[in-house]
Write a protein that binds this ligand. Structure first.
Ligand code: SAH
Ligand code: F3S
Length: 451
């Protein structure tokens, strides 16, 4: 029985794709290897969003190939995902030890191609073609062992993005928007719930654009809100999350959904990218600072305890000190619970890479350093403010930080660590927050609520 090791770079979509590939391979009789050093097949699921992510995957593959050669092993080596898609056969040319390059519409072909490579029927396979219907092929789950995903699972609802933000490579690596049907998504969610899942996160590159071409607006409700309603009906499901939305997708129907649908937890990721209208326009984001702030305000009106996270890019071409200060002031105004800060990285084929006034590395570094301090400080205050409150958590499994303790998340998406055990897995519990650490809360076991 061949064994496979999959290493994932990048976002939750990639985590989910890797899980689906692993589950498909397990179903075909593969074993999951404990490390890349012992596996018969090593797959790197790659990210292209920033250059650094690509460099890391390339270095990792070079390292794995080198070690294998030294030890006289000849594992099958493959790249899959975004960099596989965007670099294609260049990868086998640059790294002759690589046998397989599997694009983002081909995850479901992994077993078939590996069989051919392992049997020696083919020497190298590069497949980055488009494939109709591939968005519905990411559906298998592992849900095994002590994995916390057994309680909380990701479901991919769509692939691709048509927004073409000028800095972003995703529309090239993931292709145009294609959605699964509502029935298909609900079917997968039901199956997961029947296997013990209590929380589902709906995934896509721009989930708020879900089903636009397939489902007309009904009673003022977008296709995405229609999907949320359908998933909400599933008995036994406790919580619904989604990522990544686009701020422009927060119409009143979605804002209202937070009021109407109790399973839709009060947590939202709204990638703002910049606080400067001038830059938002150059980025082709499709909203202004004012519109963004009005969405935040509406969400907070509906759910005052809304947990808000965002993505920010510093150092976009032409970003002036004044533009940067606008981003700082936006962060201070919103007080995000969590902000993911990125240094601008020029990506091939994107319009921004060809814009004038690319900023020097030192300026980007400096702004990144300064803003990181500010957003972490704002977030720390948000976490501090929760001390003394009693919050509902969904217990997911042993803590990632300390396996002797248990962890769960609040509805607003904050991790809470507490003294729990297997009997708490999957339970909704009320905990009193005793202490706040770095992006973590600690709940007191003495006041663990009902079970
Ligand atoms: N909606 C997508 C966005 C993917 S990229 C999703 O979450 O699936 C995630 C984040 O990476 C973006 O929101 C942006 O902040 C950052 N990013 C994208 N392209 C970038 C680039 N060229 N340089 C730096 N950061 C970038
Ligand atoms: Fe990228 Fe913008 Fe789409 S950030 S994934 S092009 S919404």
């Amino acid at each position: 029985m061949p064994s496979v090791f999959i290493k994932t770079f990048g976002c939750q979509m990639n985590e989910r794709d890797s899980e689906a590939v692993a589950a498909q391979l397990v179903a075909k009789g593969y074993a999951l290897a404990a490390s890349e050093h012992v596996a018969d097949v090593v797959l790197l699921n790659t990210c292209s969003v920033r250059d650094m992510a690509e460099q890391k995957a390339l270095a990792k593959m070079t390292h794995i190939a080198g070690l294998a050669r030294k030890s006289g092993r000849e594992p099958i080596l493959g790249f899959m995902g975004c960099m596989a898609q965007s670099r294609g056969k260049q990868l086998v040319e640059a790294l002759p030890d690589v046998d397989l390059v599997l694009g983002t519409q081909k995850f479901h072909r992994a077993a078939e191609y590996l069989d051919e490579l392992l049997a020696g029927r083919r020497d190298k396979i590069v497949d980055t073609d488009a494939e109709a219907g591939s968005q519905a092929a990411i559906r298998e789950h592992l849900l095994t062992g002590n994995d916390k995903k057994a309680i909380s699972a990701f479901v991919s609802i769509m692939q691709g993005c048509n927004q073409h933000c000028t800095f972003c490579i995703v529309p090239f690596t993931r292709g145009a928007e294609r959605s699964r049907t509502i029935e298909d998504v609900v079917g997968e969610c039901r199956e997961l719930v029947s296997r013990g899942v209590r929380e589902i996160t709906l995934l896509g590159q721009i989930v708020t654009s879900y089903g636009k071409r397939d489902y007309p607006v009904k009673d003022g409700r977008s296709a995405f809100v229609q999907l949320l309603e359908a998933v909400h009906e599933i008995e036994g499901l406790e919580r619904i999350r989604f990522t990544s939305p686009h701020p422009k997708g927060y119409g009143d129907d979605l804002v209202e959904a937070y009021r109407r649908l109790p399973k839709l937890v009060e947590s939202a990721h709204l990638p703002v990218q910049s606080g400067s209208d001038r830059l938002l326009k150059l980025m082709h984001r499709g909203y202004t600072r004012e519109r963004f702030l009005s969405i935040i305000e509406k969400l907070r009106q509906v759910q005052p305890g809304m947990g808000l996270s965002t993505d920010i890019i510093v150092g976009f071409p032409g970003e002036t000190e004044a533009d940067y200060e606008e981003t700082v002031s936006l962060c201070r105004e919103v007080e995000f619970d969590q902000a993911y800060l990125f240094k601008y990285s020029p990506r091939r084929d994107t319009p921004a890479a060809a814009m004038p006034d690319q900023l020097p590395e030192e300026v980007i570094e400096e702004r990144h350093r300064k803003l990181l301090v500010i957003i972490n400080d704002l977030a720390a205050r948000k976490y501090e403010a929760m001390v003394g409150q009693t919050v509902q958590i969904l217990a997911e499994g042993p803590s990632h930080r300390n396996a002797a303790r248990y962890e769960g998340r609040t509805r607003s998406n904050k991790i809470v660590i507490f003294d729990g055990s297997e009997r708490h897995r999957g339970q909704l519990m009320d905990l009193r927050i005793e202490r706040a650490g770095s992006f973590t809360l600690y709940g007191d076991p003495a006041v663990v609520g009902m079970e």
